[in-house]
Design a protein around this ligand. Structure first.
Ligand code: PHE
Length: 344
């Protein structure tokens, strides 16, 4: 004897109808509204479950499980039909606009940092690892910080070395980052270790090794017991870190804000010291002018030169980049020429 309640065949019928109707839907809207008729609150299945209390416990079990089975089945049919219609609708949308997804896409080039930025970051990391702090100063500077506070008084012939463009208001595009030395000392937070990278401007005839605008990285180290040997140690290490093992030499040089003043040269990377156009036949290239902070510079900042000593340097940054990558003309770095820049 078939003890299945009659309602079971009704539920089976619902299932068949749902399958037929859902599968024959022509679009997503139609599918959605048909699905709601079969699975929503007002659907036949919902009504059957609503009245389930009218049946015996055993019948309830059978009706309940059958209804759930059919509900799941309807949901599965709905989901796979929905996927099918979505894909078809997207295809119609794209082909209507002439979009062919099988055509290979545009190649997006991976960019990298400009060599000047990359080396600047490398040098900054190197100095910060030795406890130096990075500070900045303005590119348009007063003559006081660019000259006077650095022991370069007006009318003194030493000013000629940095003679430059003047603005109508008497200020100058700074000729070196040494102005940041003067600004930093004035704050008197001693002892101190700072680097100050930035752009500088000069009245300069442009050639392979000189530009009217260039990057410098100033360094200043002040403490009670700083010696020339500290300067030599740190700068030789800097050259080794940035440029690899190269022959170096220090030679005396004059800068009004240091005493003694020095230039750190490295063996010419282009000719290996034999002499060429880039090193002007000397076999050496000047990379870091430096020296011990002049007592007058301390006095301008109201610091007692007997109590504090310091060293300073002004690394020509573009030149470091040039030497690191064997670029024999500085102008190439500023032309924005991708054929050149892509090589780094
Ligand atoms: N400011 C100097 C220049 O631009 C370089 C320098 C900096 C020299 C610090 C000594 C100490 O020529």
């Amino acid at each position: 004897m078939n003890n299945e309640p009659e309602i079971i065949s009704e539920i089976n019928k619902i299932s068949e109808d749902a399958e037929k109707l859902l599968n024959s839907s022509n679009n997503l809207d139609e599918l959605e509204s048909r699905f709601r008729n079969f699975a929503g609150k007002k659907s036949k299945i919902a009504a059957i479950l609503h009245n389930i209390h009218l049946y015996s416990a055993e019948e309830k079990k059978i009706i309940g499980s059958k209804s759930n089975e059919v509900k799941n089945r309807i949901e599965n049919i709905y989901n796979s039909k929905k996927d099918e219609l979505s894909i078809a609708e997207r295809g119609r949308f794209l082909s209507g606009r002439g979009i062919d997804l099988t055509i290979p896409g545009n190649y997006i080039e991976i960019r990298h940092k400009h060599p000047i930025t990359a080396v600047l970051e490398e040098a900054s990391d190197f100095f910060t690892s030795m406890g130096f702090e990075i500070v900045e100063g303005p590119e348009i500077e007063t003559t006081y910080y660019n000259f006077d506070a650095l022991n370069i008084p007006a009318e003194h012939p030493a000013r000629d070395v940095w003679d430059t463009f003047y603005l109508l208001n008497g200020m100058v595009p700074r000729t070196h980052t040494s102005s940041v030395q003067a600004r930093t000392l004035e704050k008197k937070q001693l002892p101190l270790r700072v680097i100050a990278p930035g752009r500088c401007y000069r009245y300069e005839a442009v050639d392979a090794t000189h530009l009217f605008m260039f990057n410098q990285m100033e360094g200043l180290f002040v403490d009670k017991n700083v010696k020339l040997s500290d300067l030599k140690g740190i700068l030789e290490e800097t050259v080794r870190h940035l440029l690899g093992a190269r022959k170096t030499r220090f030679r005396p040089a004059f800068y009004p804000f240091v005493e003694p003043g020095l230039d750190l040269d490295i063996e010419c990377v282009f000719c290996g010291g034999k002499g060429c156009g880039v090193c002007k036949n000397t076999g050496w290239i000047e990379v870091i002018p430096c020296g011990m902070v002049h007592p007058n510079v301390f006095k301008y900042a109201d610091i007692d030169p007997k109590e504090y000593k310091g060293f300073a340097f002004g690394m020509g940054f573009d030149r470091i980049v040039m030497l690191k990558y064997n670029i024999n003309d500085l102008r190439l770095l500023y032309q924005g020429n991708l054929d050149i820049l892509k090589q780094f």
